[in-house]
Design a protein around this ligand. Structure first.
Ligand SMILES: Cc1cc2nc3c(=O)[nH]c(=O)nc-3n(C[C@H](O)[C@H](O)[C@H](O)COP(=O)(O)O)c2cc1C
Length: 332
């Protein structure tokens, strides 16, 4: 039974059909993964971050490959540190069909922060604002912003950044409940995200360590956020944002059979080979296959054997045979 919610989240004119969205994760939520999450029913999926300057300097084919195809709403995330490139990249992604443009001010990786992009922008809000203004003024589609709580414990400035960004025209926010200096250590503090909700009027997604319906409810209660963004919890489970979304909506949960899961995994593998070509596809699919095994096989010694089988061959037929056998024995 579908329960219509009256409090649907709106990003500009886009009305989302649920409250649990898929996080952007470089090297994980590429087009094949996002397509599956979208097919399962995730209300929104976001491209991996694209560096603004490289995007503008690449040819259109390369950009299309990096970004993938349209999955409504088509959200493309930009990273960068110079207003000029952010503005040019904004124009480019609109030409590529973006429905929403997300700005990355949350990435903690050293190679990103040392170039003063990602979460490093939270150390200089005036500069961060110049980038936000550049994107908003070059954009005819809604702009959203993803950030952390701040750079470190002594500089929790997400509420200030969000408020200033909202005044500059940003339409929705995601806050990961950790500081940059925490990287991924410890626990995300959802309650600290609440001050952001109190500073803004536009929709807010809380993010960090949300892997179950109970986590989603607890994170929304602690932060008062309108929705949740799910990252690593979706490793080996592209259906998770859709499932949690349905449950938060009060809809009947998805009830896939083992054979539905098998079809999903085989489709994922096939799509990885198509998207990246066989040579690179075989290798880059392995992490996903390992996550699927970990998801469905809780006996560690069994899981180890399956991981070895799947990762020790480059023969595509062997891999698909192993996947078929793995899921077939789970059916009985
Ligand atoms: C492998 C990996 C890649 C990531 N890439 C991005 C990215 O491209 N853009 C971004 O804004 N955040 C990125 N993140 C951060 C996630 O979107 C998310 O904020 C973080 O993982 C916390 O959420 P989680 O605990 O649900 O995973 C990445 C995280 C991981 C683990």
């Amino acid at each position: 039974m579908k329960v219509m919610t009256t409090d649907a989240i709106k990003i500009g004119d886009f009305k989302l059909n649920g409250k649990a969205i898929l996080a952007p994760m470089s090297g994980v939520t590429d087009f094949p993964f996002r397509k599956l999450a979208h097919q399962w029913g995730a209300p929104l999926v976001v491209s991996e971050m694209v560096a603004s300057e490289s995007l503008v300097n690449e040819n259109e084919d390369m950009s299309r490959r990096a970004i993938g195809e349209h999955l409504a709403p088509f959200v493309i995330q930009l990273a960068g540190r110079k207003a000029y490139w952010m503005s040019e990249a904004t124009k480019r992604v609109q030409d590529l069909g973006a429905d929403i443009i997300d700005i990355n001010m949350g990435c903690p990786a050293k190679q990103v922060t040392k170039g003063l992009s990602g979460s490093a922008l939270m150390r200089d809000l005036d500069h961060a604002l110049t980038l936000i203004e550049a994107v908003v003024s070059a954009s005819s589609v809604p702009v959203t912003l993803k950030m952390r709580l701040g750079w470190d414990d002594k500089s929790i400035n997400a509420p200030e950044l969000a408020k200033r960004a909202e005044n500059a025209g940003v339409q929705a926010f995601t806050v990961h409940g950790r500081t940059r200096q925490q990287f991924y250590k410890g626990q995300a503090d959802w309650s600290k995200v609440r001050a952001v909700k109190e500073a803004i009027t536009k929709p807010l997604f809380v993010n960090g360590d949300i892997c179950t319906l109970a986590d989603a409810k607890a994170a929304m209660t602690a932060s008062k956020a309108d929705g949740v963004m799910i990252g690593r919890g979706a490793y080996g489970a592209p259906w998770l944002p859709a499932q949690i979304s349905r449950q938060l909506n009060g809809e009947t949960p998805l009830a896939p059979t083992i054979s539905d899961y098998k079809d999903c995994v085989l489709e994922h593998y096939e799509h990885m080979l198509l998207h990246y070509g066989k040579k690179y596809g075989v290798k880059s699919a392995r992490k996903h296959l390992v996550w699927y095994i970990d998801h469905f096989e809780k006996d560690e010694s069994e899981a180890k054997q399956w991981r070895q089988k799947l990762c020790s061959t480059e023969n595509i037929k062997d891999v698909t045979n192993h996947l078929n056998s793995f899921f077939d024995q789970k059916e009985y």
